[in-house]
Design a protein around this ligand. Structure first.
Ligand SMILES: [Zn+2]
Ligand SMILES: [Zn+2]
Length: 295
């Protein structure tokens, strides 16, 4: 029986790998070869306790964040950092992100970019389940990091949704909610204005383009709910930040986020040095750190 199934899937995918073009030499439920799967760079620790960015320790680098100053001017209020004494990246002590915590499966390298395109524009159905399973593993690896009540996908602008026919974030979030037996709330958030037409956006353009671009659906509330946002890619974090702000405005108690990929230029996936021991009794905010981040 197993042999027959293998034979069947061989026939189904007797085709090139959809990422690199090499012929698949064995039976696969996904049209991606082993080499391309191996090229996905899962994000390895130590990670920033808040945004999940991988860190490297560089003793010569000293970062003194200025409390109340943000990289993009979105807020002068520094959100509370996680209760645990985790060491953060350079961005988080500046109050850049409003969400409580974010984690991603892998670096947004070239093979992952192509995999996301497969998901986004070519509707490779099994890829959604595969990505959902990766996010489930992150969630289950430390459930205490994600005390959530419900799952919400990052919404697409209505017109974009009509053009594409589906929301790729929803296509990952729905099977994830099912696997975790959590309520799935795809209509809680809406995108109130479209992304700018231009293909490439600078970092500040990205932040400006999503500022205030999400809101709770008219009449919807997220009163005291702990929400898990799901999206395909964490590029600058601006989208997750804007969604988190909309959810908090709708009454959410906390907002967590999981994405399949995260853009981290120059990420090598190499083993990173251990994080420096936290200093007892010292707040993250305004603390001098001997931590540098990649890129
Ligand atoms: Zn391949
Ligand atoms: Zn961070």
């Amino acid at each position: 029986m197993a042999f027959m199934l293998d034979a069947l899937t061989s026939v189904l995918f007797a085709a090139p790998c959809r990422i690199c073009g090499d012929l698949l030499d064995d039976a696969r439920l996904l049209p991606i070869c082993a080499g391309c799967f191996d090229a996905f760079q899962a994000l390895a620790g130590p990670l920033c306790g808040r945004c999940g960015r991988p860190r490297v320790v560089a003793p010569s680098v000293t970062i003194v964040p200025a409390a109340g100053v943000t990289a993009h001017g979105a807020s002068s209020v520094v959100p509370e950092l996680p209760a645990t004494d985790e060491v953060c990246c350079r961005q988080c002590p500046l109050g850049v992100y409003r969400f409580d915590r974010a984690r991603s499966f892998a670096s947004y390298n070239l093979p992952m970019r192509k995999a996301i395109i497969l998901l986004k524009y070519m509707g490779v159905a099994r890829l959604r389940a595969w990505f959902a399973e990766r996010l489930e593993r992150i969630y289950l690896a430390d459930r205490a990091l994600f005390p959530v009540d419900a799952i919400v996908p990052v919404p697409l602008y209505t017109l974009r949704l009509r053009e594409r026919g589906y929301n790729q974030a929803e296509r990952i979030a729905r099977p994830l909610a099912k696997r975790l037996a959590l309520p799935f709330l795809p209509l809680l958030l809406v995108r109130t204005r479209p992304r700018p037409e231009q293909l490439l956006l600078s970092r500040s353009e990205r932040w400006n383009s999503v500022k205030g671009a999400y809101a709770a659906t008219l009449g919807a509330r997220a009163e005291k709910l702990c929400i898990l946002l799901v999206d395909d890619v964490f590029t600058t974090g601006a989208t997750l930040d804007a969604c988190a702000r909309a959810l908090f405005a709708a009454g959410a108690a906390s907002v967590y986020a999981l994405t399949v990929a995260r853009a981290i230029p120059l990420y090598s996936g190499a083993d990173l040095s251990p994080a420096p021991a936290p200093v007892p009794g010292v707040s993250h905010i305004g603390r001098t750190k001997r931590v540098a981040v990649l890129a």
